[in-house]
Design a protein around this ligand. Structure first.
Ligand SMILES: *Cc1c(COP(=O)(O)O)cnc(C)c1O
Length: 222
């Protein structure tokens, strides 16, 4: 199947309230343009430099999502265009995003990454860390960021019960954090689910799935 056909097949399986992020990391612009021409406008990348290069080369009505682990010193290279940063896992990073967004008179949307995987050593903060950040006075001072939800990655396993348990933890965390809405925290997004587990994620309450290989084919990292 072509990229356009695979994209369509996935979209047909998604309920209307679930947003599809087409994860295009390592793929050439020609592949992304196939998806773009089939109507896709949201792309996810995990390297800042690669995303910035693609941003320069591609149409400007695309929403670019940073889905990877993010180092503070890289924020400045995407602050002028990034639409949503999924992997915010500490307060210092949030402060840097706020500072760089201010330089461009923008408000950057962010998701707090919560560590839900029981086995894999994935990045992310605990639900308690998230609560601590959102209820602190220091957080209220960040006027150029908006926390719009949470993000998580399940363990890479065949064990569906475990995956469901982990996704349910993210949904529960989201529900708890919703009590803490502020001017710069308006929770509506639960980013969870990839090619291998997005159906389970949706069943557990996902509102945003990040799908790569099922659209663009497997990745070659060499
Ligand atoms: C690569 C990646 C995805 C997409 O993975 P696929 O299995 O190719 O769908 C989703 N989320 C994150 C954070 C990723 O790094």
């Amino acid at each position: 199947m072509s990229i356009a056909q695979q994209l369509k097949a996935i979209k047909n399986k998604l309920p209307q309230h679930v947003t599809l992020v087409a994860v295009s990391k390592t793929k050439p612009v020609s592949n992304l343009m196939e998806a773009y021409n089939a109507g896709q406008r949201i792309f996810g990348e995990n390297k800042v430099q690669e995303m910035a290069t693609k941003y320069d080369e591609m149409p400007k009505d695309i929403q670019w999502h940073m889905i990877g682990h993010l180092q503070r010193n890289k924020v400045k290279y995407m602050a002028h265009f990034v639409h949503l940063i999924h992997g915010v896992d500490n307060f210092k990073l949030l402060k840097e995003i706020d500072k760089q967004a201010q330089k461009h008179s923008r408000v950057i949307n962010c998701l707090l990454q919560i560590k839900i995987a029981e086995e894999d050593s994935k990045f992310g903060m605990t639900p308690e860390d998230a609560k601590g950040i959102l209820s602190s006075n220091a957080f209220l001072e960040l006027k150029n960021i908006n926390i719009t939800g949470v993000m998580g990655m399940a363990t890479f396993t065949e064990n569906k019960a475990q995956i469901t348990r982990e996704f349910t933890l993210l949904k529960t965390t989201f529900n708890t954090l919703q009590a803490l809405q502020t001017d710069n925290c308006n929770l509506k997004t639960i980013s969870m689910g990839m090619s291998g587990d997005y159906q389970e994620a949706i069943a557990c309450g996902s509102t945003m799935v990040r799908v790569g290989s099922s659209i663009f084919g497997s990745r070659n990292y060499n």
